[in-house]
Design a protein around this ligand. Structure first.
Ligand code: ZN
Ligand code: ZN
Ligand code: ZN
Length: 356
């Protein structure tokens, strides 16, 4: 904050607050806001009825509750001493920002992610452990998928998606964030929403799923994995494309050494896919950072010259998509370490064939 000339950080709903304090604000019309002045102690302003949910951490913040008839905007305005350079959480509801701007006409505003983004991107050992636990739980579900324990043929994508979601919770996640199941031609849409399409022999089924596993300090860390299975032996063209994808993903993971620009990891995957003849069918960036959010800094994308640091955690997930026919993606979560890239997902990377 001192480097950026920020006088106070204001955090409401969104991931910055639980990341700092372990407390997650309810998305309510009643304002919750952590006020962190650069040169004074932090105060957590919460509606009184929410206070029982707060785990007191006097070493981290003072709790200030407000009654139904109080004006929480005035409380926050007083805590920031009437203005200055304020960094407000990116996910804060616009209504609260508008009201704060009215109450603090001389303040200047910027996004809190300018302060928290680079800090959150570099994980400490406990955070890497939390990501590793989440990845291991996702791996166990992927193993069930590859081991033919999750029935596919004759079921709808939506049914399989619900099954995967239940298994994510069974394996220790507290929350399911998404469970994409895309069969055959539907997999050509990278973020396809699982629907009524019935899975049948000959399909390649793309499954991309993840959830949040909450640690002892209250902050949750995310998993995110993609594996594809083939119902019966894949057509030669599909097998060939998958081999290219597999090689591209593995090479991109290997390239993710400390000091490498993020965009170079993307270029590594992209050049192999292009050399395989599928360059125009890899339609998205190679990956995204992951932590308390599924998608956060650093993004593995052309143009991002950020150098990988030990503790950066991100996905490596190239894909190849052929509209109207099939799609495939292969995704692991990787942590950059001084000993090289550490892939948290260890489950089989092949296009596993299950019975049709
Ligand atoms: Zn995605
Ligand atoms: Zn994913
Ligand atoms: Zn992802």
């Amino acid at each position: 904050m001192a480097e950026l000339g920020v006088d106070a950080l204001l955090l409401s709903v969104g991931p910055d607050l639980p990341w700092l304090t372990g407390y997650e604000a309810m998305p309510l019309e009643r304002l919750t806001m952590l006020v962190v002045p650069a040169d004074a102690e932090a105060t957590l302003v919460v509606p009184r009825l929410e206070a029982p949910r707060v785990v007191d951490r006097p070493d981290v913040f003072t709790l200030q509750t407000w009654e139904e008839t109080d004006d929480p905007i005035a409380l926050v305005a007083a805590l920031v001493d009437g203005g200055g350079s304020l960094a407000i959480g990116d996910r804060t509801w616009a209504r609260f920002l508008v009201e704060l701007q009215g109450a603090l006409p001389s303040a200047s505003w910027r996004r809190a992610s300018e302060v928290t983004g680079p800090l959150r991107a570099v994980k400490d050992a406990a955070e890497v452990d939390a990501l590793r636990r989440a990845a291991a739980a996702a791996d166990r579900v992927a193993a069930q998928l590859q081991g033919d324990e999750i029935p596919l043929v004759g079921r709808t994508e939506a049914d399989v998606s619900a099954d995967i979601a239940r298994r994510l919770v069974d394996e220790g996640h507290h929350r399911v964030n998404f469970a994409i199941v895309a069969a055959g031609e539907n997999a050509a849409s990278p973020h396809h929403e699982a629907g009524p399409r019935v899975i049948r022999s000959g399909d390649v089924v793309l499954c991309d799923f993840g959830g949040t596993l909450i640690g002892p300090d209250g902050a949750g860390y995310c998993s995110d994995i993609t594996r594809c299975v083939s119902i019966g032996q894949p057509e030669p063209e599909v097998a060939r494309a998958y081999a290219v994808l597999h090689e591209a993903q593995a090479a991109a993971v290997r390239s993710a050494v400390v000091g490498t620009p993020c965009e170079e990891v993307d270029a590594t995957a992209r050049s192999i896919i292009a050399a395989g003849g599928y360059g125009d069918r890899f339609v998205h960036r190679t990956g995204h950072g992951i932590g308390v959010e599924e998608h956060e800094d650093p993004y593995v994308v052309a143009g991002n010259t950020t150098l990988l640091e030990a503790g950066h955690a991100f996905s490596v997930e190239p894909g190849i998509y052929t509209p109207g026919r099939w799609g495939m993606r292969l995704e692991d979560i990787v942590v950059a370490t001084d000993d090289g890239p550490d892939s948290l997902n260890r489950i089989d990377h092949d296009l596993v064939v299950v019975d049709g």
